[in-house]
Structures are given as C-alpha cells and as structure tokens.
Design a protein around this ligand. Structure first.
Ligand SMILES: NC(=O)c1ccc[n+]([C@@H]2O[C@H](COP(=O)([O-])OP(=O)(O)OC[C@H]3O[C@@H](n4cnc5c(N)ncnc54)[C@H](O)[C@@H]3O)[C@@H](O)[C@H]2O)c1
Length: 434
C-alpha cells in the first residue's frame, strides 16, 4: 500500500482526522482553525479541566472566539480527551506541548518526549506527526524520530514526521494563525509534502518550505533570539539614558524616523511569557555540544534579567524623593500579564517585581482587567479597581493594556513609575518613566 498517496488524498479531501496534542495558547487556536478548514479534530490534553471545558464549548484562551469554539463543538467537528487511545483514529497529529526550562536554565523537553511516547503507543501506518513546540535544532530527528522508529515505523514510508514552528502572537489583532506565514519542514521530502499540504488547507497562504527540521527549528529560535537581543539593547539604552537624564522613549521615536536599517524595540520591566525569555537558552544549551559560546545571547539574557531589579531600584529612589521608603509603602502594580491585552502571567516580570517589593516590605497589590485573581507564594490576591489608584503611594505600570486609561491614572495617582510608556508625552511632576 502506498501510505503517502493514501494520506495525501485524505488531507486533500478533508477526510483526514486531525489530532492536536496540548490544548493551550498554541494548540486550542490551531484546533479551531483545523475545524474551520473542514477537518474533524480530536484534541488531547493531560489537564482534565481543559478537556471538559472544550467539550462543553467553554473557552479559556483569549485569542479564541467563544462562539467559534461553541459552534465547532456543537457540530462535532471538535472533541477533546485526556485518554490518548483516540489517537488511533487520527491520520494527522500536531504536538503543541510546553517546552520550558528546568531549574538549571536547561531545556526540559519531557512534555515533548512524553507526548511522543503516548502518541507512538497508538500510532498506525499512514500517519503524519508534526511537532509545533519550539525546541533546539535536532529535536525532531534526535528525540522524536527514534521514538517512532523503535515502534518499527520507517519514516517517510509508513509514518511521516515534520516540524513546523508556531508563530502565534497572543493579543495581536492584526496577525493571527491564519494570516501569519508558516514555515514547514519534513524529515524526508514525502514528510514535507504532506505537512505543507495540511497547512496550506488551514492557512491563507502557501507555507514556506525549508530543507530540514533542523533549519525550521533554528529559524524559530533565531526569530525569538533576535527579539530578545534587541529588547536587551533597548533596556541597556534605557538604563544609560536615565543616568544621563535623556528620555529613552523620545530617542527611540526619533530613531524610528529612519526608513531603513532601524527597527524599533522598546525597553520594559523585563521579559515574560513562554517564548522570548526561554527559547534562546535552548540554543545556548545546544551550542555547548558543538563547543560554541553564544556570548551575545547570554549577555542579552543577563541584561533583560536585571530589569525587574532596575525597576524596583527606581521605585525606591522615587519614594525616597518624597521622604518615603519601600518599607511600608503601598505599591499598586498596573498589569501583571507579561504583555498587553493577554491574561498570560507565565514568567511575567510583574511577578518578579512583586516579589522584590515584598522583600523590601512594601504592601503590594495589583490591578489587571485580564487577571481577576492570582496565587503568589501560596497566597491568593484579587485584582483591585481604578478606585484604588488614589490610595497607592506608588503605581507601577507594568503592562500597557489597551483598557488602561493613561489620563485617568495620571489624574488620580500620587506617584507613577511607567515601565511601558503608557503615559507617552505626559509631562507631570508625579509621572516618571524608565
Ligand atoms: N504561547 C505562545 O505565544 C507561543 C508562540 C509560539 C510558540 N509557542 C510554543 O508552543 C508550545 C506550546 O506553548 P503554549 O503556550 O501553547 O503552552 P500552554 O502551556 O499554553 O499549553 C500546552 C498544553 O499542553 C498540555 N500538555 C502538557 N503535556 C502534555 C502531554 N504529554 N500530552 C498532552 N497535553 C500535554 C498542557 O496541559 C497545556 O494545556 C511551546 O513550545 C511554546 O514555546 C508558544
């Protein structure tokens, strides 16, 4: 039997059953788009709560439109499970599980490995498996491929293995999963062909094909390292500009007028989320295998990592000017998610700042329309409201959510430290920017 031709036809005619493993920020929107493209989708997640929510049509990811999820579940185009046995019904599987760092800042690919082992248990000939999780170059061929070969499959003949990095940008209203170009690779030409066909049917444009999974894995980390390093440069400029009494935001606005050779990146309270602070370390770790030092990446990481301390240092200086100290001061953090217009608090610099402030005995609270409550060091906190702004000795703008009214914050606060330039252009005695 020609498994390639059979699967190609199933993908082309939308007869293929598509599985998505890991229903988080990447997986759930992807599952929705595959259902929209006309495929029957099976979602898998180890969190039973998420599985139950999906099956009730209840959304928990900001970028997913509630009515879309509801509609596809109602039409039985999307169904979720925590038990992997349903994988046996799938023709294509996309893996979107987390790739964090361990306690020693080294890649933790246990979720990728575990999900591959679970999928392999129910894999059958004529199956396409695509990894979308971000990882170091070599993951698809060195980690995934052996798991399926040990089960007796021949890659490119009876089982097809591919890597296609995800570029979803939570909260971005202009670019979504469908209209963002996608890079696709395969272990063999047949694997590439099938993966490219699947994405072509789901996205608005033809995917960009590269010659190997290693290239695709590296290009994803290059994208995020590029961002990490440029943010580090903006942060370094911010620290220097403050010492020199220069407004770094005005400097960037001016530099931006150059129509070529400059791309604006902005300073901030530090990096957050599941990508930019983490992915470069995957490369730093892998580079060591080749006796390569990635000094620029490591230095950028150090600079970005110092930003929460820098913010807290500036907060102490500002209170000091008013003859107050951090000890006992009430500090309101405006925004705890790592970026604007999302509820994602993973690795959020606001939480690092919170902990540092607490170490200095400040009384910390927060206001975030996207995060009604959160647990920090075992304690549960609830978001304050704008009415609480006047009571705070210091408001630190840690996230520039579109819902935040900069004028209202300026009018009703006693002292503001703005780490995001939300108060752009305002010249008031009690407003300071990093
Ligand atoms: N969030 C982003 O903006 C973004 C963007 C591009 C790429 N990525 C990459 O995509 C991957 C997934 O990120 P995410 O943000 O969606 O993570 P997430 O934590 O939001 O979702 C991952 C989901 O996978 C589930 N999971 C973990 N192990 C599993 C297993 N063995 N089997 C089934 N489900 C399992 C988790 O319960 C969770 O629901 C990561 O590699 C990340 O770097 C994320």
């Amino acid at each position: 039997m020609d498994y390639f031709l059979e699967l190609k036809q199933k993908i082309e005619t939308r007869q293929a059953v598509v599985a998505v493993v890991g229903l988080g920020y990447v997986g759930l929107p992807l599952a929705i788009e595959k259902a929209r493209a006309g495929y029957r989708v099976l979602g898998f997640d180890i969190q039973q709560k998420r599985v139950d929510m999906v099956n009730r049509g209840e959304n928990y990811i900001g970028d997913v439109v509630d009515s879309d999820l509801h509609e596809f579940v109602q039409k039985e185009l999307l169904k979720a499970a925590s038990d992997y046995s349903g994988i046996a019904q799938a023709d294509c599987v996309t893996i979107c599980v987390p790739t964090p760092l361990d306690a020693f800042q080294q890649p933790d690919i246990s979720c990728v490995r575990n999900s591959c082992i679970a999928v392999a248990q129910y894999a059958h000939p004529g199956m396409l498996i695509v990894l979308e999780s971000t990882s170091y170059p070599g993951t698809t061929e060195e980690v995934m491929q052996p798991v399926f070969q040990e089960k007796g499959f021949t890659i490119g003949k009876d089982l097809f293995l591919a890597f296609s990095p995800e570029r979803v940008d939570p909260g971005n209203r202009q670019y979504n999963l469908r209209n963002t170009p996608k890079v696709v690779s395969g272990v063999t030409p047949a694997c590439l062909e099938l993966a490219a066909l699947l994405y072509k049917n789901v996205l608005e444009s033809e995917p960009f094909r590269v010659s190997s999974p290693k290239v695709a894995e590296m290009e994803k980390i290059y994208e995020n390292t590029f961002r990490n390093i440029n943010i580090a440069l903006a942060n370094e400029m911010a620290v220097l500009c403050r010492r020199m009494g220069i407004d770094v935001w005005e400097v960037i606005e001016a530099a931006k007028t150059k129509p070529y050779g400059f791309m604006a990146f902005y300073p901030g309270p530090g990096l957050g989320g599941h990508c930019i602070p983490i992915d470069p370390y995957y490369l730093v770790w892998k580079a060591k295998e080749y006796h390569c030092r990635t000094r620029l990446i490591e230095t950028a990481g150090e600079i970005n990592d110092q930003m929460p301390e820098h913010v807290v240092g500036q907060a102490a200086e500002l209170l000091n000017r008013d003859k107050k100290s951090l000890n006992g001061a009430s500090v309101l953090l405006l925004g705890v998610s790592y970026k604007k217009d999302t509820d994602d608090i993973r690795e959020s610099p606001a939480l690092r700042i919170w902990k540092l402030l607490k170490q200095e005995s400040a009384e910390v609270s927060y206001l975030d329309p996207f995060v009604p409550s959160l647990t920090l060091d075992g304690e549960v906190y609830e978001s304050k409201s704008m009415e609480d702004v006047p009571d705070a000795d210091l408001c630190i703008i840690t996230t520039d959510h579109s819902q935040f009214d900069a004028q209202a914050i300026a009018d009703h606060s006693r002292l503001v430290l703005d780490t995001r330039n939300l108060t752009k252009g305002m010249h008031r005695d009690h407003i300071f920017r990093i």
